[in-house]
Ligand binder design. Structure first.
Ligand SMILES: Nc1ncnc2c1ncn2[C@@H]1O[C@H](COP(=O)(O)OP(=O)(O)OP(=O)(O)O)[C@@H](O)[C@H]1O
Length: 238
């Protein structure tokens, strides 16, 4: 069980106001919200890149208070996909910066379907393939909590589904929290949602309980949530 309460300011500007929630295994948690709501800042605070006020308690250990090396055993962060700068092989890249064993690396690359391609250079991968390698690197670290910042941005629908199905798989073993912009993917794959707006939790709860009025208020659009083949679809009036 992960219990979070975070406030954070950049200088005198308050970005996150008492953002409080909990997360657990077997429940994919999506963090949604408009641009600038504070979603990425929240993940960076949780993983210790930024120093917030509050706590990130995992089994009653406040991860914020741990040294980075110690914290990395519990929580990992997959940043928004950037372009790889250095020509490491996939295998070297996954090994870098982790405390992973050979076995962990093999298992992680197998999980994302990249083991056979481990000798290829990361610089030659497509955006979607690189995203899978970033996830493998986080998996190889073996931490109990995995945070992902927009794991499907820049991906075509096929790769996006590949990544989301992978997260669905991973949530059985780890606490998975993903910042997501695509409301349809968030609604279809997440079990719980936190809707951030202007640094505050505007709404949180079971994904199936999210009402279009909440989306309308926060995103300033006219929205409907329809059921197609029993799956929720957000329809926005244009
Ligand atoms: N290094 C920084 N210094 C000062 N302000 C920052 C810095 N980084 C982000 N901010 C501000 O913090 C606020 C929250 O940014 P954040 O990136 O967390 O939002 P977000 O919800 O992830 O947005 P998006 O969906 O656009 O990625 C924004 O107003 C942004 O301008």
């Amino acid at each position: 069980m992960l219990e979070v309460n975070i406030s954070f300011s950049y200088g005198s500007r308050r970005i996150l106001h008492d953002v409080e929630f909990s997360a657990q295994k077997n429940s994919l948690l999506a963090i949604i919200g408009p641009n600038g709501a504070g979603k990425s800042t929240l993940l960076k605070c949780m993983v210790g890149i930024l120093k917030p006020e509050g706590y990130v308690n995992f089994n009653n250990i406040n991860l914020i208070e741990l040294k980075p090396k110690e914290r990395a055993k519990f929580i990992t962060y997959v940043p928004q996909t950037s372009v790889p700068e250095f020509a490491f092989t996939i295998e070297e890249f996954v090994e870098m910066g982790t405390y992973a064993t050979r076995g962990d690396i093999k298992e992680a690359l197998r999980k994302v379907g990249m083991w056979e391609r481990r000798k290829e250079f990361v610089t030659n991968l497509s955006g979607g393939e690189y995203q899978l390698v970033l996830i493998a690197r986080a998996l190889a670290q073996g931490s109990e909590v995995i945070l992902l910042d927009e794991p499907t941005s820049h991906l075509d629908i096929n790769h996006a589904l590949l990544v989301m199905n992978l997260l669905k798989d991973i949530k059985e073993e780890k606490i998975v929290i993903a910042v997501m912009h695509d409301l349809n993917l968030a609604l279809q794959y997440s079990d719980e949602i936190i809707l951030l707006n202007k640094g505050k939790v505007e709404w949180k709860g079971n994904t199936k309980d999210l009402k279009p009025e909440v989306l309308e208020r926060v995103y300033s659009v006219k929205a409907k949530i329809l059921k197609v083949e029993n799956k929720p679809i957000v329809l926005v009036e244009i």
